[in-house]
Design a protein around this ligand. Structure first.
Ligand SMILES: [Mn+2]
Length: 355
């Protein structure tokens, strides 16, 4: 198993690559979507939202270029690390794939172009989250150990999603007034099936594995919109929609533990045994939707060492990243939190691998 660090777009710097190496990581997972473009505060740790979401989506006419991807990989390699994955499409490039809107055909071509370029740049995995409302409805409070500020959920989120929004970002600020009408859960499954049928053959040819993140928070609906993977069993349905090594999972332990049903250890065993884990998000939480909070890695409901032992037993050899952590009280709250999680995971891996 390999230790990695996930970095948001504004954090893709030489200094942060060095930080990752110093903490024992060998791999980087990079976000290219700029969640923080309109952020009221400079460089927050992870996007939180009011009803209006994280902010503006990117430029619909500007896909990430091959040159941009190659340069990023070169910078990561120059720092002595590997670029394992790009995480998330920009809603500007695929909102009508999620919403089944008029630009769907054109946007499928966007996604195929991106996957081909990612393959050409030698980046093996692309993580995605097939979600209409996206990661929304979470709050932040000093509720982790030692009053560390952490993200959580304390109530359901039913505020309807305005038109012009998808995946918790605004792709059309000029959209007509009103809300995006809710669709049936089975309609969403038809959409993801079409997505897989369009994208998986391209991913196979490009040598890229598509990796699905479960819905975070894993509620059956958010903002009145259905969710896809909000119970561990639903991951199986997604895998079975299209059988391919390129149809895999961005396996998020924290989200699985937040789920109202199922068992995180059973799910880890089931999907790692099938060889379906493209990479792992490893974080800890306390509680379940709609009442949970993220915790330090050694302090939540999940026995992290037990999870790692299951992964080892099933011969998982991929990358593990800390996902999110509470903010530590110091001049570098994000970095301190990540260094703590990376050190913990590295120590646990060394102890497990030695046996
Ligand atoms: Mn995650």
């Amino acid at each position: 198993m390999k230790l990695g660090l996930g970095l948001y777009r504004h954090m893709l710097t030489r200094e942060n690559f060095q930080f990752a190496r110093q903490a024992g990581a060998t791999h980087i997972v990079a976000h290219l979507v700029d969640y923080f473009k309109d952020a009221p505060i400079a460089k927050p740790d992870q996007p939180l939202d009011a009803d209006l979401g994280w902010g503006a989506a990117g430029d619909p006419n500007q896909l990430w270029t091959l040159n941009e991807l190659q340069s990023l990989r070169r910078e990561v390699n120059d720092a002595g690390l590997e670029l394992e994955a790009i995480e998330n499409f920009d809603p500007a490039h695929w909102h009508d794939v999620l919403l089944d809107g008029p630009k769907k055909r054109q946007q499928f071509e966007n996604l195929k172009t991106i996957i081909r370029r990612v393959g050409q740049a030698g980046i093996p995995i692309f993580g995605y989250n097939f979600s209409i409302a996206g990661v929304c409805g979470r709050t932040k409070a000093p509720v982790a150990r030692g009053e560390a500020v952490a993200v959580g959920m304390d109530r359901t989120c039913d505020a309807p999603m305005p038109r012009g929004m998808a995946w918790n970002m605004v792709y059309d600020p000029q959209a007509e007034a009103g809300n995006e009408p809710p669709v049936a859960n089975e309609t969403l499954w038809l959409r993801v099936e079409e997505f897989l049928n369009e994208l998986i053959p391209v991913a196979e040819e490009a040598g890229v594995t598509l990796a699905a993140h479960p819905d975070d928070p894993p509620m059956a609906t958010m903002r009145g919109q259905p969710r896809l993977v909000y119970q561990p069993d639903l991951y199986q349905r997604l895998i079975d929609l299209r059988s391919s090594p390129a149809n895999a999972l961005e396996f998020c332990i924290g989200t699985l533990s937040e789920m109202a049903t199922g068992d995180v250890y059973e799910a880890t065993d089931r999907y790692s045994r099938q060889g379906k884990l493209a990479y792992v998000h490893l974080r800890n939480v306390h509680g379940k939707v709609p009442n949970y909070r993220e915790t330090f890695i050694d302090d939540g409901d999940v026995d992290i060492v037990r999870v790692l032992k299951i992964l080892k037993r099933n011969e998982y050899r991929g990358v593990i990243i800390p996902d999110h952590t509470p903010q530590m009280t110091c001049d570098a709250p994000w970095h301190a939190g990540m260094a703590y999680a990376l050190g913990y995971i590295r120590g646990a891996l060394q102890a497990i691998e030695a046996n």
